[in-house]
Ligand binder design. Structure first.
Ligand code: PLP
Length: 445
């Protein structure tokens, strides 16, 4: 197995990874998985505390999903959606329309979170061209936003470390402050400010709405920013204001969708129906790449006409609506229904909250954030004065490495320790994983 590690170092370039460091250190190779555990080439088992990057829902090797894929393999693995339909994609579209907020009636497939957002941006842009408002060409996005790594999605991204270098290549959105009270720059007392961040949005909309096609937002949780969480009511306010100023609301549920926040979709917490909803990650239960951009009849109808009218949405990928991935997604939704996954989350969320209350008291923990089974623990060198650790110290990375030694795979975002376990984790397993995190924080900070 040393051979496989050497070959990896020789041939593979890993995402979001400083390869110089990767090459210099021994690395883990995952050979198998079972339930919520990953197994490396030496047979060591680790809890999958990041759900294999926020995708896995029901655990690995879930029999019903394995079987659905195998059954579909016996029919057809792939066929194009250009000029053809396929059965799993059609059935999945019907079910997605049923489970998402009322009014989202049309499903446009793509391959991953980035492409789901990319589609939404292009759809929103083109929509206004067809509606006779060609001046509406810009987007509003949030500081600290992350919507993917393609050029369009990086344009609406707001994380300096990932996005700044590409600025000359990008279009420029109008950015509004991230609604994170812990990091707020607008209010001296964010707890009682009445959401100054919403006022800021209204100012921007009042001044620029005639140029704005849409506002793109991660609902409730800005995930890649370090699990920054918006105050209750923020999302609903954004919906109200985007309606008032005739700006489309594009909600990126790529990370929050499929039960992570405790409801099937984050929008449900605030009864929000967006104009577009972007889904990926958990859509196949974490098995295969698939994404969907859902939208309303009104938007769909603006694209109808003869080919000569040039209203067609000229967008599509080779693997759009892949039958294997759609079959996996159908099996995923069936498990949600049959195992009543959402109804079973309450005690799981509660045990995490209870353990987080203890972690909150640790000397170098600045803030703990939780929405359902999405957790961010922000480390601080001095939590009273809110002084972060120096970058070189990489405290978050140190804690995650220590957790790995204790049998839990988690990843940091800067000095935020991120924990996003599969929804299938039991109360007992969640307790064990949280204990490992607490111990790792104590040992490293
Ligand atoms: N949108 C959000 C909110 C995400 O968290 C991510 C990925 O983490 C993406 C989009 C991009 O998804 P993908 O990596 O599948 O392209």
């Amino acid at each position: 197995m040393q051979d496989i590690e050497a070959k990896d170092k020789q041939y593979v370039w890993h995402p979001f990874t400083q390869m110089q460091e990767w090459e210099a250190k021994p690395q883990k190779t995952i050979a198998a998985a079972n339930g919520i555990k990953l197994i490396d080439t030496e047979g060591n088992e680790f809890y999958d505390g990041v759900s294999s990057l926020w995708v896995n829902i029901h655990g690995h090797r879930k029999a019903a999903i394995d079987e659905a894929i195998i059954e579909q393999l016996g029919k057809v693995a792939h066929t194009t959606m250009l000029g053809l339909a396929n059965i799993p994609a059609t059935e999945l579209a019907e079910q997605l329309v049923e489970i998402t907020p009322a009014g989202l009636n049309k499903v446009f497939y793509s391959d991953d979170g980035s492409t789901a957002v990319e589609v939404a941006l292009k759809m929103a842009f083109q929509y206004w061209q067809h509606k006779g408002k060609p001046g509406k060409q810009k987007f509003i996005s949030l500081e600290q936003a992350y919507h993917g790594d393609t050029v369009g999605t990086v344009s609406v991204g707001g994380i300096d470390l990932f996005h700044r270098i590409f600025k000359p290549l990008l279009f420029t959105p109008v950015q509004i402050p991230a609604p994170s009270c812990y990091h707020c720059r607008l209010a001296s007392d964010p707890a009682s400010c009445g959401m100054l961040c919403v006022n800021k949005l209204e100012q921007v909309l009042a001044a620029h709405h005639e140029e704005i096609a849409g506002l793109v937002i991660e609902p409730l949780v800005q995930a890649a920013a370090g699990m920054l969480m918006s105050p209750p009511g923020y999302l609903a306010k954004v919906r109200e204001l985007t309606r008032k100023y005739d700006v489309l609301m594009l909600v990126d549920e790529v990370a929050t969708g499929f039960g992570r926040t405790g409801e099937m979709f984050a929008c449900e917490h605030e009864n929000v129906t967006p104009d577009m909803m972007m889904l990926s990650k958990g859509i196949t239960g974490g098995y295969l790449a698939l994404a969907a951009t859902l939208t309303t009849d009104e938007i769909y109808q603006a694209f109808l006409g003869g080919y000569a009218e040039k209203k067609t949405l000229y967008h599509g990928h080779s693997y759009t609506g892949n039958p294997l991935a759609c079959a996996a997604a159908l099996a995923n939704l069936k498990i949600f229904r049959e195992e009543q996954v959402i109804a079973g989350l309450a005690p799981k969320i509660a045990v995490v909250a209870q353990k987080l209350a203890e972690i909150r008291e640790l000397t170098h923990v600045g803030e703990v954030r939780q929405r359902g089974l999405i957790i961010g623990i922000e480390l601080m060198l001095d939590r009273i004065k809110k002084i972060p650790y120096p970058w070189e110290q990489a405290a978050g990375a140190g804690v995650c490495l220590q957790a790995r030694k204790l049998g839990l795979i988690i990843r940091p975002i800067g000095d935020v320790v991120v924990f996003m376990p599969p929804l299938a984790s039991t109360v007992g397993e969640l307790g064990e994983m949280m204990d490992i995190i607490a111990r790792a924080i104590k040992e490293i900070t």
